[in-house]
Design a protein around this ligand. Structure first.
Ligand code: PBG
Length: 292
């Protein structure tokens, strides 16, 4: 599955310098890209909205005419067969760049759940096939599940970023999504990279709360956890090869230090071998072409 960034405007393609080949696209160009992805036969897309205004209530995240909602409606109208998933998070929409409501110097977990539920419902209403909460607030999967059910979306699955680590490898994404925290870091809600057992606990909790698929993120540095999750849980396991993993391969290839195509293939083969059934990767079109 291919992650894509959508921004306001028309005819806009803002290249992301640290992610060669990737760009923020306005809705019209996003639709064209999705048509092409459908023709290529990739599994689907994951949409990230980059709004033009932000506030401390993340109101753009759950606005009915927000950037992601508009993008979903346009893509599902033009390419109904393409699976469209949405990232459900607040960091692209808050002025401070945190994934939730900031009270004092902390993110208020429970107040944030309300925003997340509203966002997920608005994405489903716009036509999203699946919602993917990536915020890592406690209890969010159950909260979102209930809200979806209440609003008539009991058939919309939740792809939970269940084991999401506080990782340096999200660096390029934060440039792409303009979501770098303005103070502090995400360590109070994302997981400690040294703690593998907690990842299994987080996955178990998300399953109990109603997650339909579980994700490990990043992918390459956490292959052990993909394997453990595959052996332990009987739902599809996803893995997200994140922006930094993609950027590192490109940077080394640009220097002539490794072969781009082989590095892409080997990294993705390893993620598959570890047990991922669904892979999110910025290489999606390249790998589909290479496999054709
Ligand atoms: C939003 C979110 C992030 C990524 C996906 N969803 C960034 C973060 O948590 O800081 C990272 C994806 C990537 O690096 O490719 N919370």
């Amino acid at each position: 599955m291919l992650p894509l960034f959508v921004c306001p405007g028309e005819g806009v393609r803002n290249a992301i310098s640290s992610m060669p080949g990737q760009a923020q696209l306005s809705v019209d160009l996003l639709v064209r890209e999705c048509e092409e992805m459908r023709k290529l036969g990739i599994g689907g897309v994951m949409l990230f909205g980059v709004p033009d205004t932000k506030d401390d209530q993340a109101s753009g995240a759950y606005a009915e005419d927000g950037i992601t909602q508009r993008a979903v409606r346009a893509v599902k109208k033009a390419v109904p067969e393409l699976i469209v998933m949405t990232d459900v998070c607040n960091c692209e929409y808050t002025s401070h760049g945190h994934c939730g409501k900031v009270v004092g110097n902390d993110v208020d977990n429970d107040a944030t759940l309300e925003w997340l539920a509203k966002t997920a419902v608005s994405h489903a209403r716009a036509g999203a096939d699946m919602v993917a909460p990536s915020d890592m607030m406690d209890g969010r999967v159950g909260f979102i599940r209930e809200a979806l059910d209440e609003h008539g979306f009991s058939n919309t699955p939740i792809f939970a970023y269940a084991a999401k680590f506080a990782s340096v490898f999200y660096g390029p994404f934060r440039e792409a999504a303009e979501s770098t925290p303005q103070f502090g870091d995400r360590r109070s809600y994302q997981m400690d990279p040294s703690n593998g057992r907690e990842a299994m606990l987080e996955m178990e909790l998300d399953l109990e709360e109603g997650a339909d698929l579980l994700m490990v993120k990043p992918a390459g540095p956490y292959l052990d956890l993909i394997r453990q999750a595959r052996d332990r849980f009987d739902v599809p396991i996803g893995a997200y090869q994140v922006s930094g993993e993609y950027a590192m391969i490109h940077a080394a290839a640009q220097n002539g230090w490794i072969d781009l195509d082989r590095a892409m293939m080997e990294s993705l083969t390893s993620i598959r071998r570890a047990g991922a059934g669904v892979i999110l990767t910025y290489f999606a079109p390249d790998v589909v072409r290479a496999l054709a």
